[in-house]
Design a protein around this ligand. Structure first.
Ligand code: SF4
Length: 369
């Protein structure tokens, strides 16, 4: 195997890795469904959900999502809001907007699912990684995937002590993976290397004793697992202060549709959001607490304000909801944390008095306008 050079016996790698993977037979729902139905939709959904998201977070959402949207057509016919609600809490919602868009494109053009790597690559939301995963797992085509797990496994096998995601290294690992996939069972090869990285060759304290590649691993031989690869330079998170304002009556709450150009959570329904700090007492509202939340590289500290109102009007970008319906209509964990805070403060004996007081203030301000 050229791409490994003289470093690793490719045939040994291939046979040991596949034997280990098949013995594992990890009962992940998307694998069980694929083995039963051979429906690429089941794999496509899993590949999108697993982007930047842990398996344990995906599990409960995955099966619920497939029940609601059993095919690309079912997803194409659903309103975007239903799609968002079906994946609430997973974050990175744009990937699901793009999945929705891809299904709509297939529906409008009346075309079946792609049958080549290039065909997958043409769909919205599908990059080289997902196209290779779909082509190899569902079509058996020899396209290797390279993710963080694959990079780490190869850096250790070859005892490469630089950062793992340098472009030249990625290219080299891609070539190795493509070559190994050429040997057959490409889908299993891809999943096997990723799984080895997830459960054996983990970032810290790899379980080398259980590793099928131990006899050919240079890091194991050199005891350099902690050095290969070098830690990626971490980008410091950006601190952001937000205000979430919960406008409510005695039994209703106003949700707002965040605009398409919003900095965070664009296109989601949630509480009125603005940047900056809240003040202790507003003319007609109160800060009920502060929540912490992370979105991509942003570390958010959000003051949660509540503002009692006499009535709430619906509009295209706002909808009043009964208290009991609010939680299930919130997509983001940021809004859900704010809602929890509101519900806790609602239990406080002084809350009712405060609502009345702030409502009165609202009224008096309104009467002065
Ligand atoms: S032997 Fe250890 S360091 Fe080498 S690939 Fe296996 S788990 Fe990773």
């Amino acid at each position: 195997m050229d791409s490994f050079g003289d470093s690793v016996d490719g045939l040994f790698f291939y046979s040991k890795l596949l034997a280990w993977y098949r013995k594992q037979d990890r009962p992940l729902p998307w694998r069980i469904l694929w083995n039963k139905h051979r429906d690429p939709w089941h794999i496509w959904v899993s590949e999108i959900m697993l982007q930047q998201t842990l398996i344990k977070s995906v599990m409960p959402v995955y099966e619920r999502f497939l029940k609601q949207f059993p095919s690309p057509l079912a997803l194409a016919e659903a309103p975007q809001e239903d799609v968002r609600l079906a994946v609430r809490g997973l974050g990175y919602y744009r990937r699901f907007d793009l999945l929705h868009k891809a299904c709509r494109r297939l529906q409008v053009k009346k075309i079946p699912l792609p049958v080549s790597y290039e065909g997958w690559l043409e769909l919205p939301g599908i990059g080289p990684y997902t196209a290779a995963a779909m082509a190899s797992i569902t079509l058996g085509l020899p396209h290797g995937v390279v993710d963080g797990n694959v990079e780490r496994v190869f850096c250790r096998l070859l005892d490469i002590r630089t950062e793992p995601n340098l472009p030249a290294l990625k290219k080299r690992f891609k070539k190795i993976m493509d070559d190994i996939c050429q040997m057959g069972s490409a889908g299993d090869v891809n999943q096997a290397v990723m799984e080895l990285g997830q459960i054996i060759c983990t970032p810290s304290s790899p379980l080398c004793i259980k590793c099928p590649l131990k006899p050919v691993c240079r890091s194991f031989a050199a005891s350099s697992q902690a050095l290969a690869p070098a830690a990626k330079a971490k980008q410091a998170p950006m601190d952001v202060n937000l205000q979430l304002e919960i406008r409510h009556t005695d039994s209703f709450v106003q949700l707002f549709l965040r605009p398409a150009d919003a900095k965070f959570l664009k296109g989601t329904w949630g509480f009125s959001t603005s940047q900056g700090h809240g003040t202790e007492w507003l003319p007609d509202g109160k800060v009920i607490g502060t929540i912490k939340h992370s979105i991509t590289k942003h570390r958010i500290t959000a003051d949660v304000l509540c503002r009692a109102q006499n009535s709430l009007e619906p509009a295209s970008d706002r909808k009043p909801l009964a208290f009991e319906d609010v939680e299930k209509n919130l997509v983001s964990n940021l809004d859900r944390k704010a809602w929890n805070l509101f519900e806790q403060s609602k239990k406080s004996p002084v809350f009712g008095a405060k609502i009345k007081r702030t409502a009165k203030i609202s009224e008096s301000i309104l009467s002065q306008l």
